[in-house]
Design a protein around this ligand. Structure first.
Ligand code: ZN
Length: 513
């Protein structure tokens, strides 16, 4: 039992500038009570919680702390945590070939564990208590994926795990590559491990055969499906995954129109759906309250209507979209329409920080590139998106995102003595516009303190650092070989991006033109 005494407790529906002071009593993995001066109040024999505070309760003095619900990182990939700082801002399509697991040889279980842990460590230091990890283990191997899940279980962060799935060759799935990359050089696109699955595999069956026996194995890990994007899998596979996800009540995660060339791809391939991958996914039965479409940068007003009508979530990643030169999603339109919005930090080598404070600030600030008049999204919208938006498609919105009795105890304590909060004028605005993560002192997940006054309690961080140094010797060698293989076709990849620019689209997601 844990008692956090006297903190300012952030409530999305309360005073978001000056939150009320309250104690938070945690029993097991859930919040039992949120009220002022609980020890004194429950001394009264008539109090409903009289006698419930255990004599050996651990008391945390939170009087100089702002307590917020833990962030739910709505779109994250742990597979490239070792590549942070490798790349300047480069177009998405080139970055993907240099950075993503299909380009690499199969990784060791030791590396899978280490990469998962260092990503989770960075998340915890930034107050992220849940990650939606669309992780690529390439090729698909149950033992390798288990190594990732074991790492999550070890560190204790909450994870909504969705194996990242691809099926089609990138040549078919990417605008203009077949024309701009010479035939004799196209071998360079494929990595040494071949495709994720052998041709002809029933992907939905393999994925659900993997997930089913593990659904109740880990206390803090839930599952979803993660087809990479509508252009990278066949319609039959997307329908099968969506069907199975619906009947098993699992969330469905997919990337959508992140770059302009992805939107152009839809325009060419889907005349019967007006060129819209959103309409296509709806027709596949893949949209609904349990579906989350990552990025959604290049979407039209009509497509926003489909999000609304189906209850689909947009998982926005403003920092990653800038680093991969993909443009700015229509934040204001999405907020004003009432679409459920999650915020994510995306890949560790395309953002390059697992930091929801950065994502929140960008989410609010970038709206200025489209609208001069003040308005949405404002700081409280960003806090809702960061705490609640990502929980909804996972079916966890009754458990996460608010600090209320009965909810899971996933909490973050920020230091009000940090200069970011001195003077203390507005909790919401200082969280979004001032704080960058430095003030995060204590992080609680599932009722357990994982970060205790900025010290990790579940893993040996120094040992992890040393192990990663060792792993980087081979990793750097592999990354250099990939660069040697890909850079000779980089001009063709850039030319494909340029050609997609020549294609007319009814929407604009860049400024300065
Ligand atoms: Zn992504």
């Amino acid at each position: 039992m844990l008692l956090l005494e006297g903190g300012l407790v952030y409530d999305h529906d309360g005073d978001t500038d000056r939150p009320a002071r309250a104690d938070i009593l945690i029993e097991g993995n859930r919040i039992l009570a949120v009220a002022p001066a609980l020890r004194q109040a429950t001394a009264d024999p008539n109090h409903p919680l009289h006698g419930r505070i255990a004599p050996d309760v651990t008391v945390v003095d939170a009087s100089d702390r702002l307590v917020i619900p833990g962030f739910v990182n709505a779109h994250y990939h742990s597979h490239d945590t070792l590549l942070k700082g490798f790349f300047e801002t480069i177009p998405l399509e080139l970055w993907g070939l240099l950075a993503l697991p299909p380009s690499f040889p199969r990784r060791s279980k030791r590396e899978l564990r280490a990469r998962t842990l260092i990503g989770a460590v960075e998340c915890l230091y930034g107050g992220i208590t849940t990650v939606q990890d669309m992780d690529r283990v390439h090729p698909f191997d149950a033992g390798d994926i288990d190594a990732v899940l074991e790492a999550y279980d070890e560190i204790g962060i909450r994870c909504i795990f969705a194996p990242h799935l691809t099926e089609r060759s990138l040549i078919d799935a990417t605008s203009f590559w077949a024309q701009t990359i010479p035939k004799e050089e196209q071998w360079r696109i494929s990595g040494p491990s071949g495709p994720l699955f052998p041709p002809g595999t029933d992907i939905a069956k393999v994925v659900f055969d993997y997930i089913r026996p593990r659904r109740d194995r880990y206390a803090r890990i839930t599952f979803g499906v993660g087809p990479s994007s509508p252009e990278r899998l066949s319609r039959a596979t997307i329908e099968a995954l969506a069907d199975a996800a619906r009947s098993e009540e699992l969330p469905f995660y997919i990337h959508l129109n992140e770059s302009r060339s992805m939107a152009v791809h839809g325009l060419k391939r889907l005349p019967e759906f007006g060129g819209s991958y959103v309409s296509y996914l709806k027709d596949c039965g893949a949209l609904g309250p349990r579906s989350s479409l990552a990025h959604s940068v290049w979407i039209t007003d009509q497509e926003i209507e489909i999000f609304l009508e189906t209850g689909t979530t947009a998982a926005l990643n403003p920092v990653g979209n800038l680093k991969t030169r993909s443009g700015v999603a229509p934040f204001r339109k999405l907020v004003e329409a009432g679409v459920n919005i999650g915020l994510g930090s995306d890949n560790c080598s395309c953002s390059d920080a697992q930091n929801m404070f950065q994502a929140m600030k960008m989410f609010c600030s970038l709206a200025a590139v489209t609208d001069v008049l003040p308005g949405a999204p404002i700081a409280t919208d960003a806090m809702r998106a960061a705490c609640l938006g990502g929980a909804k498609p996972a079916g966890l919105d009754k458990d996460l995102g608010h600090i209320r009795p009965g909810m899971l105890a996933d909490l973050v304590l920020l230091d009000l003595a940090d200069p970011s909060f001195v003077p203390f004028n507005s909790a919401a605005r200082q969280l979004v516009f001032t704080e960058a993560g430095r003030g995060v002192r204590t992080v609680i997940v599932d009722g357990r303190v994982l970060l205790d006054d900025r010290k990790l309690t579940t893993i040996d961080e120094r040992a992890l650092r040393e192990e990663i140094l060792d792993i980087m010797v081979e990793f750097n060698r592999d990354a250099a070989q990939i660069s040697d293989r890909i850079m000779p076709i980089s001009a063709g990849i850039i030319e494909a991006v340029r050609r997609s620019w020549d294609e007319p689209l009814p929407i604009h997601r860049y400024i300065g033109h």
